[in-house]
Design a protein around this ligand. Sequence first.
Ligand code: HEM
Length: 384
Amino acid sequence: MTTQDYDWNSRSPEVQADQIAAYDEMRAKCPVAHDEYMGYSLFKNEDIQFALAHPEIFSNAVSTRHIAVPNGMDRPEHTPFRAINDKYFTDERLAEFEPKIRRVVRQLVEELPRGEEVEIMEDFAKLYAMRVTNAFMGWPDSVEKPLLDWMEKNRLATLKRDREEMGKIALEFDGYIRELLDARREAPADQDVTAELLHDTVKLDGAEARTMTDEEIVSLIRNWTVGELSTISAIVGVIVNFFGENPEEADRLRKAPEYIGHAVEEILRLQDPLVTNRRVTTQEVEVGGRTIPAGCPVTINWTSANRDEDAFEDAHTYKPERSQKNNLTYGAGIHVCPGAPLARLELRILVEELLAGTSSIKVRSTENAQFPVAGYSSVKAVIR
Ligand code: HEM
């Protein structure tokens, strides 16, 4: 196939310069669009809901080279690994964790310099995401710097699509996590989440229950941390910018913090912190009036799904009171985000503390992030 045969180029500088505008345009122009990098991209909310409701046609087993626990798995293998995920994000566990999140964000808000320009992404958003992850996993502060550096290297290699470099970087991550596992081999399950994962068991069809292999635990932890670090840091930047642009809404929420939860859902809908996830078709399928052959890569575009005019009235306007019935920020179906309760808690507390600890947020400049990252690569703000 030559480039002329494709419907678009998801890697073009125009798309990278403003992902949201580009996906809005594609949704109107070519709602199921084929290109070299993403395969068939689905842009319409309805088409994406169809794909999510049919995991037997839109398989998550997109890579034969690497395991991805649980996101790269289909049923029945997915089910026991998914059950392990779900047990870590219950209301009881999160209620216990809440004070730690508040401590982390309160300290970061207090430390934000007042009245001078601050780079929110580096000095606030990434640190918040990293520190909450560390606290959740039970990791020491010393992993903060290597993991932040690792995130940046991973982002650059993914952007360049440098497979060899991505492989090397993945191994580096494995090394850090294996060290953290080694330090806990003899530890009781209740020491911390990382130790508990070493004791968890899976029971696959027809086999005895067993503990997870190191490879499975490392993959699961990668799914949690990489997912959390990139999405949470992206959305923190988006939220700060949102309050910079909408000071009256910041003041309303300062006075009525009980509405913060709704506000956060709506901010995420408008600027989704996760751009895409992948699938592969197991059979020929018609979606959005187009036939996708069997064995083809498919990309679910969450950013576009949440801004679809057919799924949300006045879709591009901030309306925190609206119904979020079609909101796909956290996905849907069997792969729906297990970490959503933690993400919602982190973001509610972040906004509560940020608004309570400041009287004004002025944003001087932003730079859009490039795929695969959403939101901004830079948000320069003056906080008072
Ligand atoms: C604002 C933050 C977050 C957003 C927007 C988000 C979004 C999503 C979405 C859309 C999916 C579905 C993927 C698919 O269908 O292929 C997903 C899956 C997943 N998320 Fe999140 N997520 C967030 C935070 C988190 C956190 C904090 C964790 C864990 C600590 C987490 C762990 C996972 C895992 C393990 C999966 C795979 C589930 C499966 O395949 O069964 N996410 N997330």
